[in-house]
Design a protein around this ligand. Structure first.
Ligand SMILES: Cc1cc2nc3c(=O)[nH]c(=O)nc-3n(C[C@H](O)[C@H](O)[C@H](O)COP(=O)(O)O)c2cc1C
Length: 400
């Protein structure tokens, strides 16, 4: 079988060196990669590196190998174009349809999905010119991955950092797999909670649960690849941030509730995949609880935590907002799931059976997605990503 053809555009940002890792991931996973750098980017990484790592010729201008008409052919033949890093200048040139080098010509001739991974200083990213260019590119069908927050060139920190190359690769892999119709969540804001809350007893102990957050992260990664603006509210996962998602940290059920309510104010869909503790200790000991000779430990009194899913479902922040819940059950799975769907008032409920190899911590899952319209969609045992895509399929079908 022919290898999928990927064009890796590299523009002149300090993060250009990180594109070497993205290139390696793409070639090692069986893609034929043609690197098309801008002239400015060669100040950061030279053409020899791209040529040796990709095994393909490298040029920046349309005037080389003219008999092969590269300014048209490279874009036409591509199955995916990814520009990483994408400078403010590159976004502007792409948004305005300029064709003054090989990469911008390629962007105009490509009919395949296009992914931009911008990286720049926060001021450049937040400038209305850049934001309008990003909005234009998204409107036209490109996946523009939100930059990460973190250390920038020099001592600055803020939004504008290139996401981890492994995570950009994950977006590319998913966009390639879904093809040109991939962006069915474009223009939508999705809020996803993931992980498990920890309810503190004292400064060193907490009551927690076994949720790893992997299903919520799979939902976030697939949603980014489908073009959504994603807010991921994570509780104690320790997982790497998915490229393109705005990640908000929350430790306890109360913090998670606050973060979910804030983020869902303008959300089209809220997916509560986090395992939120039903109860928390009634009292928090500010010093470590000590064992005392000859004394039994004092019992722990619990109080109820807020029911975030029921609250979000009952109090939709905007008309038409969809709410998706998760239920992990050990017995009478479907009957309990149907009852929970009714009780919580959500639109979809993903019911999984907790068991060995399934659900907590594993890479795979198996579930039935129940709909408030009576629909039941069985998702066979497989990667959590497949279940995530089924959830988005059911969500987009409800958007109509
Ligand atoms: C050291 C250095 C680092 C730079 N880093 C960035 C960056 O991260 N993002 C960006 O948009 N521009 C950055 N620039 C500015 C771009 O290189 C400049 O806008 C250039 O014209 C981009 O050309 P290109 O888009 O054709 O690659 C940097 C410039 C220098 C000198």
């Amino acid at each position: 079988m022919e290898k999928p053809k990927v064009v890796l555009g590299v523009s002149g940002g300090i993060a250009a060196y990180k594109a070497c890792e993205l290139l390696r991931r793409l070639t090692e996973s069986g893609h034929d990669v043609r690197v098309v750098p801008t002239e400015a980017s060669l100040n950061f990484v030279g053409a020899a590196t791209w040529s040796a790592l990709s095994g393909n010729p490298v040029s920046t201008e349309v005037w080389e190998s003219v008999h092969e008409v590269p300014h048209v052919r490279i874009g036409q033949a591509a199955d995916l174009v990814v520009v990483a890093p994408a400078t403010a200048d590159m976004l502007a040139r792409a948004a305005h349809g300029l064709a003054d080098d090989l990469l911008t010509n390629t962007l105009l001739t490509a009919r395949c999905p296009v992914v931009f991974a911008p990286a720049m200083h926060t001021e450049m990213w937040e400038h209305p010119a850049t934001q309008e260019n990003v909005a234009t590119l998204r409107r036209r069908g490109a996946v523009v991955i939100e930059p990460a927050v973190g250390r920038l060139t020099g001592v600055d920190t803020g939004k504008g950092r290139l996401p981890d190359p492994g995570e950009i690769f994950e977006v590319c892999r998913r966009v390639l797999a879904r093809g040109p119709g991939a962006r069915d969540l474009a223009g939508r804001h999705v809020v996803i909670s993931a992980g498990g809350t920890r309810e503190p007893l004292d400064p060193v102990r907490y009551l927690g649960n076994r949720s790893s957050g992997k299903q919520g992260y799979a939902l976030a990664r697939t949603a980014v690849a489908r073009g959504a603006r994603v807010t991921l509210i994570e509780a104690n996962t320790g997982l790497p941030d998915p490229a393109g998602a705005d990640v908000v940290r929350a430790g306890t059920a109360v913090q998670l509730r606050e973060a979910v309510l804030k983020a869902s104010a303008d959300a089209d869909v809220v997916v509560m995949a986090a395992a939120v503790a039903d109860f928390r200790p009634a009292a928090y000991a500010s010093g470590k609880i000590k064992k005392k000779d000859g004394q039994e430990p004092a019992p722990i009194t619990l109080v109820r935590n807020p029911d975030i899913l029921a609250e979000v479902a009952a109090d939709r922040a905007r008309p038409g907002q969809l709410v998706v819940g998760f239920a992990a059950e050990t017995d009478d799975v479907l009957a309990n799931g149907r009852e929970k769907l009714r009780r919580k008032g959500c639109d979809l409920l993903v019911v999984n059976e907790v068991g060995e190899r399934k659900t907590f911590g594993s890479e795979e899952n198996e579930a039935v997605v129940l709909g408030s319209d009576g629909g039941e969609t069985a998702v066979p045992y497989g990667p959590k990503e497949a279940l995530a895509d089924t959830v988005w399929d059911l969500v987009t079908a409800r958007f109509g």
